[in-house]
Design a binder for this molecule. Structure first.
Ligand SMILES: [Zn+2]
Length: 224
């Protein structure tokens, strides 16, 4: 990737990701980020090596050899179940607004089964058939389009898959992961010359701050 990814999930989330303690939907966003981010690939590898070492130090509270060898097998090569240098596969592309996007490996299966694209202004969204706890969707933002100012009733994770988003806090390119909490308010937009595809994981509907609530209500429904 030509540019450096600047916005990462951070150690706490990566550790939970490797431990497998995240909800499936949040783990999906982290997995897709890790697919795109060599830095976090190295970190999560290091975390899993550390965890395996920790587990090995713990006394096995049984003298059953089968159990011991099973544990050893589980902890020996934690990366083997998700090889990072996968053989080339036929990539599932996502087509929206006449544009074709390739999505990270972690999203391939879901992206092949996305819901109908719903268009509103320069924005389009398609639901992904992912877990029940969050709303997971592909979010397409056309060139020179602004998503109205909003806060978050819950967690909002946006992973840029292609193109670029700009908001009050910075500029986000492919691979960058934006995590917004209920305290954050922002107005993400695209630049005039480039559209953008994102993965969006929402734990609650967005709350729009500007304009007539009555008019924005449909937009809130649209995003969730
Ligand atoms: Zn990263």
């Amino acid at each position: 990737m030509a540019h450096a990814i600047k916005f990462h999930p951070g150690m706490a989330l990566l550790e939970q990701y490797v431990e497998g303690t995240l909800t499936a939907d949040v783990a999906l966003a982290i997995a897709a980020h890790v697919d795109l981010c060599p830095h976090c690939q190295r970190l999560s590898h290091d975390i899993s090596v550390d965890m395996a070492a920790q587990l090995e130090k713990q006394p096995v509270k049984t003298d059953n050899d089968d159990w011991g060898s099973m544990l050893a097998a589980i902890t020996a090569e934690p990366q083997e179940s998700k090889p990072r240098k996968a053989a080339p596969v036929t990539l599932q592309n996502v087509v929206v607004n006449g544009r074709e996007f390739t999505v990270p490996r972690a999203l391939q299966r879901l992206a092949g089964n996305h819901g109908k694209w719903l268009h509103l202004g320069g924005i389009a969204t398609a639901k992904l058939p992912a877990g029940a706890e969050h709303h997971v969707s592909l979010l397409y933002i056309g060139k020179g389009t602004e998503v109205p100012l909003h806060t978050h009733l819950g967690l909002e994770m946006t992973l840029v898959l292609s193109g670029k988003i700009v908001d009050e806090n910075g500029e986000y390119c492919a691979g960058d992961l934006l995590i917004n909490s209920p305290d954050d308010t922002h107005t993400p937009r695209t630049l005039a010359n480039e559209d953008c595809l994102c993965l969006s994981v929402l734990s609650a509907p967005l709350q729009f701050k500007k304009g007539l609530t009555r008019l924005l209500n449909p937009l809130q429904q649209f995003f969730y």
